[in-house]
Design a protein around this ligand. Structure first.
Ligand code: SAM
Length: 162
């Protein structure tokens, strides 16, 4: 498979998982967290899927498309290692959906990040809340969910908190 094909399939899996998870949380009260704004594609998609909801965004340096920059009061600007604990103090375990899209093509670095990222996100996740992630995250309280129809296994990762 070419790198282009692989990229397209990853984006399709990401979109399909976000669409599915948004359907699960539409009736649940609580904020949404977008971890990694990037150029704002998935933030924009979440805004469209869940209009009117509070979406808190984490990013160390905003370089998004100008239309996709969150309002300052919904932006946790800086390294997530510092901003996630800050958000926990402000929001507690209230998020009903967390989309985590950090990391790079460096598999070993991503795996190392997963060891602290999962537990840090867990402090923000409401009971019964959902996590959609671009990498595996191992948290005892979370149950791994099967991919939605049409999404290949292990391309994107879905969890629900007990
Ligand atoms: N979801 C985005 C989209 O659809 O456009 C793409 C996100 S991009 C893959 C990952 C983003 O995470 C980058 O913008 C990067 O700056 C940010 N990031 C990576 N590590 C971070 C960290 N430790 N703290 C804060 N932001 C980080």
């Amino acid at each position: 498979m070419s790198r282009l094909d692989s990229f397209i399939r990853r984006m399709q899996a990401q979109r399909d998982c976000l669409n599915w998870a948004a359907g699960q949380v539409r009736g649940m009260a609580g904020p949404i967290l977008e971890i990694g704004l990037g150029n704002g594609r998935t933030y924009d998609h979440l805004r469209e899927l869940l209009p009117g909801r509070d979406i808190h965004v984490f990013e160390r340096e905003v370089r998004a498309h100008p239309d996709c920059v969150p309002p300052a009061h919904h932006l946790f600007l800086g390294d997530v290692r510092e901003q996630l604990p800050r958000a926990t103090r402000m929001l507690g375990r209230s998020a009903v959906l967390i989309h985590s899209d950090l990391g790079t093509g460096d598999h070993a670095a991503n795996m190392e990040m997963g060891t602290w990222l999962g537990p840090a996100l867990d402090q923000l996740l409401a009971p019964g809340g959902y996590v959609v992630a671009n990498q595996p995250l191992d948290v005892a309280r979370w149950i791994r969910l099967p991919e939605p129809d049409g999404v290949p296994k292990d391309r994107y990762f879905l969890y629900r908190a007990a």
